[in-house]
Design a protein around this ligand. Sequence first.
Ligand code: ADP
Ligand code: MN
Length: 326
Amino acid sequence: QLDPSTLKAFENAAAGHDGVLSDPSGELIIKPCTGTEVEFYQQTLQDYPDFAELMPAFMGTLQLGAPAQAADITAVNEFVENNQAQKDKQLHGSKIATESAIVLENLEHGFSKPNVLDLKLGARLYADGTAPEKAERLDKVASETTTGSLNFRIAGMKVWNGQSFDTYDKFYGRKFDADNVKDGFATFFSGLITGLRKDEAAELLETIEAEVAKARNALERLESRMYSASILIVYEGDTAALENLMGGVPKTPRLQEKAPTLGEVQQSEDEEEAEDEDEPPMAYQVKMIDFAHATWTPGQGKDENVITGLKNIEKQMDMLITRVTG
Ligand code: ADP
Ligand code: MN
């Protein structure tokens, strides 16, 4: 059902490589990826369905370079070119060829102005068997950033300023240390903090923190190694829309003068189903992403590298909530 000729560049990534595409409706993203990531999504769906809920919905894969896909269309050509550029970049590191793309739920869909924060997880960012030069490079960045001290760093973010998006690239997040990374969180959540009543702001921050804790709790019970995965936090950057989602317009039940007939009950059930499919606007999304170096590892115990990072993100959220309510 996905017509490759209609794909366009996804301009709204918070971090990562170029070459991500989106479908015309904006519901899906198409991300060039390694075989490891495809396998991880497929295996998770099959064997770890609870964890799959913490990831973007996985719609399938798209093969690159296959004759059927090699239509003479700009988007596809760009796709293949970007993918080649990515391959070239990766030659110094992993040698995994990237021939496929994954089709995922676009976590920014349904928002008016999605603010996006990509938090890269772990103090160690490479799997066993990584080329020594790449491992050394990643360890050096770790030692100079909160990656080393807190097992996470801000990989990138995008914040609506009322007129346009302010973008913060990978170098922004590398400047923080364990003491001042809270300023990065304050900057990301500034729209929410200034735009909402104190109690509403605290409630939404607590809800987002609870989602992070949910991911951590899942990983405490599982055996995995996820190197360089991220937790992606999205919230509504359009203040008016966010206010509506939080406090405004409680869903008042319609008054009924007489008991509904069977037909009317059936009809309202149908309406509810239709509403479910329509996906109401959302205030936030929190999901784990980027499984290029992730595997399930039964017998190896839990992934402390990632769990510690998630705990420290929860601590940052706690501190921010105290600042907001205090
Ligand atoms: P990589 O870092 O290897 O390029 P990622 O999976 O981290 O790949 O994706 C890069 C960026 O694309 C992320 O920082 C995020 O902003 C965006 N992104 C990735 N997956 C999704 C998704 N399912 N929905 C929305 N945005 C996404
Ligand atoms: Mn990434």
